[in-house]
Design a binder for this molecule. Structure first.
Ligand code: AMP
Length: 215
């Protein structure tokens, strides 16, 4: 199964991707995670990516396409994969079509998480993750059961993304509306798009996605 999760920053793509990964045994491929890893490298490319990420802009289509093409060729993607954060531009969508074609693979569904813009600032600025296992938390909506201890792995270290601040979010949202939102029309035209209410509780969103996948 090959899926795309589409939605603005803070729509819940990462959260849902992790749950789908667990339930369906397909790999979550988050281009944001891959780039954050790359940004830690002490190289020219690492520095370049770090600057783009911190500014909330998009890295080049070319770099992203090479990263994804390489990644989906690996063994753990044989059962399928879930694209979280890619494609983000029409050029990337075309590159993905070509990539899948070349590899003899077919896209099964594009799931759009629809959310009201008003909730995004609060969702984004309050979120943090376990530094060890990546479990997601939120200052207001999802604190660990025991303060300072990860529910999932027991780690006591947490981290926050540098680009999760109101100022950078403005640039990220601008990029979303300008470059990514046109993909809604693109996949709708190909009858690939299903829209799910991303304002519902996490569990209800997961159920709605499952219903799409089972349909
Ligand atoms: P995310 O974790 O999906 O919110 O992505 C974090 C940041 O990584 C974005 O704000 C972009 O700077 C960059 N990024 C992630 N995916 C892409 C992509 N497909 N194309 C361009 N830039 C991306």
């Amino acid at each position: 199964m090959i899926l795309i999760l589409l939605g603005p920053p803070g729509a819940g793509k990462g959260t849902q991707a992790r749950l789908i990964e667990r339930d369906y045994g397909i790999v979550q491929l988050s281009t944001g995670d891959m780039l954050r890893e790359l940004a830690q490298q002490d190289s020219d490319l690492g520095q370049e990516v770090r600057q783009v990420l911190e500014a909330g802009q998009l890295v080049s289509d070319d770099l992203i396409a090479r990263m994804i093409s390489d990644r989906i060729g690996r063994e753990d993607c044989r059962n399928g994969f879930l694209l979280d954060g890619f494609p983000r531009t029409l050029v990337q969508a075309h590159l993905l079509d070509e990539m899948l074609d070349r590899k003899g693979l077919t896209l099964n569904a594009v799931i759009r998480l629809a959310v009201d813009e008003e909730v995004l600032v609060e969702r984004i600025t309050g979120r943090f993750t376990c530094a060890k296992c990546g479990e997601g938390y939120h200052d207001k909506f999802k604190q660990p059961a025991k303060e300072g201890v990860c529910d999932r792995c027991g780690s006591t270290e947490f981290k926050r993304r540098k680009d999760d601040n109101p100022e950078t979010l403005k640039t990220r949202l601008f990029a979303y509306y300008k470059d990514t939102a046109p993909l809604i029309g693109y996949y709708h035209a190909y009858r690939m798009l299903s829209t799910v209410d991303g304002m519902a509780d996490i569990g209800d969103v997961t159920k709605a996605i499952q219903a799409v996948l089972e349909a």
